[in-house]
Ligand binder design. Structure first.
Ligand SMILES: *[C@@H]1O[C@H](CO)[C@@H](O)[C@H](O)[C@H]1NC(C)=O
Ligand SMILES: *[C@@H]1O[C@H](CO)[C@@H](O)[C@H](O)[C@H]1NC(C)=O
Ligand SMILES: *[C@@H]1O[C@H](CO)[C@@H](O)[C@H](O)[C@H]1NC(C)=O
Ligand SMILES: *[C@@H]1O[C@H](CO)[C@@H](O)[C@H](O)[C@H]1NC(C)=O
Ligand SMILES: *[C@@H]1O[C@H](CO)[C@@H](O)[C@H](O)[C@H]1NC(C)=O
Ligand SMILES: *[C@@H]1O[C@H](CO)[C@@H](O)[C@H](O)[C@H]1NC(C)=O
Ligand SMILES: *[C@@H]1O[C@H](CO)[C@@H](O)[C@H](O)[C@H]1NC(C)=O
Ligand SMILES: *[C@@H]1O[C@H](CO)[C@@H](O)[C@H](O)[C@H]1NC(C)=O
Length: 506
């Protein structure tokens, strides 16, 4: 009796374990791998392409790095129209704009209480105010961004020439703008406190109707052109941003939420990881190291590639915009390599984006759309996979790579790190590009992939890639006639997860 009861218990136990394994465990997604993006970073990856707006005294003096020698009277846009900026960017398919609230010269574009050196003290602003018009360019730009449905971010230069004792400002001596030289660890006064106040004003700024302005990104430039050593309190700046703008990304040379790509050309190298292993407070990586990132690094700090539509960051009448094709190449080497593209499009002295640049942005959009709009794979098309996690095609099946849903993905069985999917194109097509997205919500895992096309009955290797990440656009030098495509994950440090796969051609 005892033993038969024991057997019954054993059978029940096995049944319970089986039920637990298939039902309870099967319901868990694969375990996250090392670092993963925060919800805010994940949203930020999806912005992909947005505008940088360099505007300020340099616009009127023709400089790039003004020496803080001009009074605010220099800032006098003849026909400022921030709506025109926002509309142009929205029409161009840009997701946001980031405005220089204060560049290195130190002149503030918003109505700050931290310094007299602000456009608000110039003749242009006083005239506007007298007419009942706002002269706070940061607030005006934020309102325009909202009106046209794009996000708004702020650049606030940590290096401040206006406060830097190493930068002589003879022309401002004995004026209202002759302010204490507090920049530098050895200077009297606390520059960190000053900067924190400026940051606080900006992150708590409100629209005219008193609702808070939501910022998508705070751009804390790593640049300095003087020998004055100033140790910044990045922790404090981060705390201020987190407290008032919890959904904003804090951009810095190597952190906190997003990093510099190591050049100002809007491009990165083929192998590019979303993580690094240093913070803002540590020794700076070289430009090459910033491009590559660190595989399995300590922090999820993805790269953003900044670039200029013209030669300068600020508007200079003698310069011309790059061509739409040049921007398309840049796009493929930034967004196409899992890195966001931040393209500077500077307003001129009227305070508007010039027509030639708007035209180029729209041509670039048309070229991009025409390229991306040649998708050969439609949702529901049959996709074969080498294996499927738990044999559960609903949740982990390869069809998920075609469903256009950013939360679903194809997963192979947990024990494996390589695998493949195959898709019949239903006849011959001329194929020239592929778009592949890793499911980064659970970490960056893949370090090798290959895309093959069936040509005359044999698979021919078309693409050989390393890191995948948020999004890869692989283009072929020569289009290929093929009827079937295979994506192979050849190396991964944990079970690979593919969010999306697309074939472009005709
Ligand atoms: C598939 O997985 C989901 C979630 O993990 C689970 O709810 C569902 O029961 C599974 N289906 C099968 C057939 O195993
Ligand atoms: C400057 O101070 C005034 C008076 O306290 C306040 O109303 C205003 O909001 C401050 N400006 C900024 C940009 O914080
Ligand atoms: C003030 O602005 C008005 C309208 O833009 C302009 O006609 C006038 O010349 C300006 N006055 C000064 C002193 O700039
Ligand atoms: C930096 O800011 C943090 C947070 O406000 C503060 O605790 C810390 O003391 C500051 N560090 C320095 C060196 O002042
Ligand atoms: C993509 O192509 C379809 C049909 O060819 C067209 O209706 C649509 O407007 C195009 N979209 C873009 C963004 O070009
Ligand atoms: C995406 O997939 C998730 C998980 O299956 C589902 O809950 C969600 O409704 C889907 N979203 C769309 C837009 O279909
Ligand atoms: C997918 O699998 C089915 C069933 O095994 C097979 O008939 C079909 O040829 C396969 N298709 C591809 C593209 O491998
Ligand atoms: C596809 O193209 C290949 C190579 O050009 C050719 O051999 C094959 O017959 C074509 N298949 C179809 C279905 O047209």
């Amino acid at each position: 009796m005892r033993s038969s009861s024991g057997q019954r218990w054993a059978v029940l136990l096995i049944a319970a374990v089986y039920w637990f394994a298939t039902t309870v465990c099967g319901q868990d997604p694969p375990a996250a791998y090392l670092q993963t993006p925060s919800a805010e970073q994940l949203e930020w990856h999806r912005l992909e392409y947005y505008a940088f707006v360099h505007f300020g005294p340099n616009t009127f003096t023709g400089e790039e790095w003004g020496r803080s020698q001009s009074t605010p009277d220099v800032f006098k846009p003849a026909a400022l129209d921030t709506d025109q900026w926002a509309k142009s960017f929205a029409d161009a398919g840009m997701a946001a704009m980031i405005l220089t609230a204060k560049h290195h010269d130190g002149m503030a574009l918003w109505d700050t209480n931290t310094t007299t050196y602000k456009i608000g003290n110039g003749a242009w602003a006083k005239n506007r105010t007298a007419q009942g018009l706002s002269a706070d360019v940061v607030k005006l730009a934020a309102a325009s961004a909202k009106k046209y449905g794009i996000k708004f971010g702020i650049y606030l230069s940590p290096w401040d020439i206006h406060r830097d004792p190493a930068m002589p400002k003879a022309k401002l001596a004995d004026t209202l703008y002759d302010e204490p030289q507090i920049f530098g660890d050895n200077s009297p006064g606390d520059y960190n406190e000053f900067y924190a106040k400026q940051l606080t004003e900006l992150v708590t700024m409100k629209y005219e109707d008193s609702t808070p302005i939501e910022l998508s990104e705070l751009w804390l430039d790593g640049n300095s052109g003087s020998n004055t050593v100033q140790t910044f309190n990045w922790t404090n700046f981060r705390n201020i941003i987190r407290e008032h703008q919890p959904s904003a990304i804090m951009w810095g040379h190597q952190g906190v939420d997003a990093r510099w790509v190591g050049n100002e050309d809007g491009v990165t190298v083929a192998t590019n990881w979303h993580s690094i292993s240093r913070t803002q407070d540590q020794e700076h990586y070289s430009g090459d190291e910033l491009q590559t990132g660190v595989r399995d690094g300590t922090y999820w700090t993805p790269a953003e590639a900044d670039a200029r539509i013209r030669n300068g960051w600020f508007y200079h009448a003698t310069e011309r915009p790059k061509s739409a094709s040049t921007l398309m190449d840049m796009y493929l080497q930034s967004v196409g390599r899992s890195v966001n593209l931040l393209l500077d499009v500077p307003p001129d002295t009227t305070g508007q984006i010039v027509k030639s640049d708007v035209d180029i942005l729209l041509q670039f959009k048309a070229q991009r759309d025409a390229f991306l709009n040649r998708t050969l794979l439609t949702p529901g098309l049959e996709v074969n996979a080498s294996s499927i996690r738990d044999d559960n095609s609903t949740f982990f099946g390869p069809g998920n790579v075609l469903d256009g849903n950013f939360t679903t993905y194809w997963a192979i069985t947990d024990e494996e790190t390589t695998g493949s999917i195959e898709i019949d194109l239903g006849g011959n097509h001329t194929v020239d590009a592929f778009i592949t997205q890793e499911h980064i919500a659970l970490g960056q895992r893949i370090g090798g992939y290959v895309i093959d096309g069936l040509v005359d009955g044999d698979y021919k290797t078309l693409v050989r890639g390393t890191s995948l990440g948020y999004k890869r656009i692989d283009t072929l030098d020569e289009p290929v006639e093929t009827s079937q495509i295979r994506l192979r994950i050849t190396q991964a440090n944990a079970t690979p997860l593919i969010n999306s796969f697309q074939v472009l051609g005709v």
